[in-house]
Design a protein around this ligand. Structure first.
Ligand SMILES: [Fe+2]
Length: 336
């Protein structure tokens, strides 16, 4: 049981069935800590502990006992703590850490009253809760970092960092309306946020030009999806549909988009969904060369582009989900 409790990566464990066997082990190997059962065959654990201390043994001893050995008795024998059986494996690990840290006697946890199996179940629940909490913290940290990077790209291009937040929410809402299983892929959200990261490579005088672009300038702007996918290709969070959103968010259903001119179902579904979200936000935002369209004009334009710029299935989902998307628009316009 003890061997199973002590993680192999953290502890180098040797076992002995009696005080005599333990002496043989420590003759050739110096442990930092000994877990000593009081009820040993032959010499009992308390006497053995006292013997070890008299001989100058430097290992810290934790007495393991199901009997009523008082802390005073354990302390007099030179032990540094008492672990009372049955005990929780997590409590034992915490006790070992405290004993190794401190040089004086450490009060051990009381024996558990609910039986070993229930104790294991409780420990398992504690570990699962801690793991879930850590995972959530990590996901929040990833999302915050990604959002900060997306906002940095946005601020340069559009003067505010709200575009990435709006398209993220439009695209997540649309994805749920088209096929909720898409959201099982966590990379999509990062792809939605970082879709335009490749614009880092587009010069200011082109990106911020208040008038129409020349043909050459247009070609340079059209490099940003492939450039973004190249920048993010080895990022673990992007592996999955997220990277394809970055690469294909300017493809069109009719094949007239870029960078690859894919058409119809050749375009990854998440990228088809994102294209609608991105266009919706572009149309309802002021740009250097034109003012924003009204929400209803933008909706009409998206519907008019069904089967041309956009996947008809995505446009159908857009029409049925439009009130929720409008609520996002109003929510984030208030922030601005
Ligand atoms: Fe883009």
């Amino acid at each position: 049981m003890l061997r199973a409790t002590l993680p192999r990566d953290d502890f180098d464990v040797r076992e002995a069935g009696s005080a005599e066997e333990a002496l043989d082990v420590i003759r050739v190997w110096r442990p930092e800590l000994m877990l000593l059962d009081v009820n040993l065959p032959g010499l009992d654990g308390l006497s053995f502990c006292a013997d070890l201390m008299r001989k100058g043994c430097e290992a810290a001893v934790i007495l393991v006992t199901g009997e009523q050995v008082s802390e005073t008795t354990a302390r007099l024998a030179g032990a540094r703590a008492v672990a009372r059986k049955p005990f929780s494996p997590l409590d034992l690990l915490a006790l070992i850490d405290r004993v190794v840290e401190k040089r004086e006697f450490v009060a051990g946890p009381s024996a558990v009253e609910e039986g070993q199996l229930l104790t294991y179940a409780r420990d398992l629940a504690t570990i699962a809760r801690a793991e879930r909490h850590q995972r959530r913290l990590l996901q929040d940290a990833y999302r915050q970092t990604t959002t900060a990077l997306a906002e940095a790209v946005d601020v340069r291009d559009r003067g505010t960092g709200l575009h990435a937040q709006r398209v993220r929410r439009y695209a997540l809402g649309l994805a749920a309306a088209v096929d909720a299983t898409l959201l099982d892929d966590p990379s999509l959200e990062y792809g939605f946020l970082l879709h335009d990261v490749g614009k880092i490579g587009v010069a200011d005088h082109i990106l911020l030009k208040p008038g129409p672009l020349t043909h050459e300038e247009e070609l340079l702007v059209r490099e940003h999806p492939a450039a973004g996918a190249q920048i993010l290709r080895d990022v673990a969070l992007m592996q999955g549909g997220g990277l394809s959103v970055v690469r294909h968010h300017h493809e069109r259903w009719d094949g007239a988009g870029y960078p690859e001119g894919l058409s119809g179902q050749q375009i990854p579904l998440a990228a088809r969904i994102f294209a609608v979200a991105d266009a919706l936000d572009a149309m309802t935002s002021d740009r250097p060369y034109r003012s924003a369209l009204s929400w209803s004009d933008a909706v009409d334009e998206i519907v008019a582009q069904s089967g041309r710029q956009f996947d008809p299935r995505v446009v159908d989902a857009f029409v049925s989900d439009e009130p929720a998307l409008r609520a996002v628009y109003e929510d984030l316009s208030l922030v601005a």
